[in-house]
Write a protein that binds this ligand. Structure first.
Ligand code: FAD
Length: 432
């Protein structure tokens, strides 16, 4: 019998999982619900999106569904490392063995949805402007409010997927069940997106296109910029939550003078219109999520940020979210689509990995300036030594994360001393 799947959340994890389920010999009928409007039909909104980098882990998850990697690559640019811009105007270049894809989160979702619509036929239905409000685990029913009419609908399911992000309503319902623990914390840095125009050759600024560019102040405020397919640059400004300098920039003059003083290169190309938009753009806060269980009963599963919301610092949230879909698909293969077994197995196989990616993302980068220089030194050393003596020296944590061959838990275990050191130092600094 065809099983009814309700997926809450048309983000990267929910839509990719729908692709995987669609490929399982018509065993599933899939309904995807999202409280937002269809991103394919609404005008692009800069306040709702940001650039992400997909490493090999995320790319591998796309590759397993025919046509997805190509479709996503068509709206991405290849990056293969990072450039750290120092205060003295010099740069440090970090190259990666494996190339990554940089693209806008909304463009990724649009490509995944486009392909799903082409392949889904009447096996998949998309419902936008539907906000999940409540789940009844015993009755296997989920409720939605239709945001365009305020009507409420109840949907029956055989399998419910909570792919509704870090502030998951599906996960909230788990809190009423026994032995479920979930810790949510705001990451130490808030962020605002930033969008810059193509570089004017007359300015003599020559940022390498295939790299993630970063600038960092002593207080930890960091600008990350990535080249875009339309030759523009976009990224985020991350700043400590306690520091109100950026949130208090009230108008374009204040924004322009802040950037000209602190990030002169960026200040040089920041147009007045973007300075105005930047002042008006809301500050975003990111939640990290650590749960002890990703399933409920025999028919409910949390995936992606709903299960393991991470800090954006390591660029792994989306990669981990996409990998979840692959892992659940492998479990369905192994247990012949027995959902009761599969959802429990997902917790058993993925929860420790989920905890590891949250820890790695929180504590790979130190707040302390001294430890930050130690990190740069360690990275250069391990890059050099691991190439000459691969049997005796590990690649850097960042290289291991980017190549995606080891699980997050394996990487965490290899680098647990560094993570523990940064955690202790960060907690000491942030508690002051
Ligand atoms: C600034 C920034 C930079 C990042 N950079 C990277 C990066 O470089 N690389 C990387 O791998 N990751 C990055 N991430 C993380 C990445 O964006 C997320 O991990 C990823 O989007 C998670 O996908 P998801 O599908 O699990 O959840 P989401 O992308 O959060 O999608 C959840 C969906 O659920 C919907 N939804 C929520 N609540 C409800 C409800 N009640 N009812 C119905 N629908 C609902 C939302 O509208 C949304 O469409 C970054 C994040 C940020 C904030």
């Amino acid at each position: 019998m065809v099983k009814k799947v309700a997926i809450v959340g048309a983000g990267p994890s929910g839509v990719l999982l729908a692709h995987y389920l669609l490929h399982r010999q018509e065993k599933y009928h899939i309904d995807i619900f999202d409280f937002r409007s269809d991103p394919e039909t609404v005008p692009f909104s800069k306040s709702r999106t940001f650039s992400i980098v997909l490493s090999q882990r995320g790319i591998n998850a796309l590759r397993q569904i025919e046509g997805l990697e190509e479709a996503v690559k068509a709206v991405s640019l290849e990056t293969n490392g990072a450039v750290l811009h120092q205060k003295n105007g010099k740069t440090r270049v970090f190259s990666r063995k494996y190339s990554q894809l940089s693209l806008d989160r909304t463009s990724l979702v649009i490509k995944l949805l486009e392909q799903l619509t082409i392949k889904g036929g009447n096996q998949v239905n998309l419902h936008f402007n539907h906000q999940c409000t409540q789940v009844d685990f015993a009755a296997k029913q989920v409720k939605f409010k239709k945001l365009d009419s305020e009507a409420e609908i109840t949907v029956d399911y055989d399998l419910l997927i909570g792919a509704d992000g870090a502030r998951s309503v599906v996960r909230e319902s788990f809190l009423k069940t026994e032995n479920f623990q979930c810790k949510q914390n705001y990451v130490v840095n808030d962020y605002k997106s930033i969008f810059l125009p193509p570089l004017d050759p007359k300015l003599g600024i020559n940022w390498q296109k295939g790299k993630v560019h970063s600038w960092r102040l002593d207080n930890g405020t960091t600008v990350l910029l990535v080249y875009q397919t339309d030759s523009s640059w976009s990224g985020v400004v991350l700043f400590p939550h306690k520091d109100k300098t950026i949130p208090e920039l009230a108008n374009k003059q204040e924004v322009l003078s802040y950037f000209r003083h602190n990030f002169p290169e960026i200040g040089q190309i920041l147009p007045e219109s973007e300075a105005e938009d930047f002042a008006n753009r809301p500050v975003s806060r990111v939640l990290t999520v650590r749960c002890n269980r990703y399933h409920q009963g025999d028919s409910v599963l949390l995936i992606g940020d709903a299960a393991h919301g991470v800090s954006p610092s390591l660029g792994q949230g989306c990669n981990a979210a996409l990998e979840d879909a692959t892992i659940f698909n492998q479990i369905l293969d192994k247990y012949s689509d027995n959902l009761a077994v599969a959802v429990e197995q997902f917790t058993l196989q993925r929860q420790a990995d989920g905890m590891a990616v949250v820890e790695l993302s929180d504590y790979a980068f130190p707040v302390s300036k001294k430890l930050f220089f130690e990190l740069l030194f360690r990275n250069s050393l391990s890059k050099y030594l691991s190439r000459i003596f691969p049997k005796f020296f590990l690649p850097s944590l960042f290289e291991l994360v980017a190549e995606g061959k080891l699980s997050y838990l394996e990487i965490f275990n290899l680098y647990q001393n560094w993570i523990a050191k940064v955690k202790k130092s960060n907690q000491e600094i942030l508690s002051k």
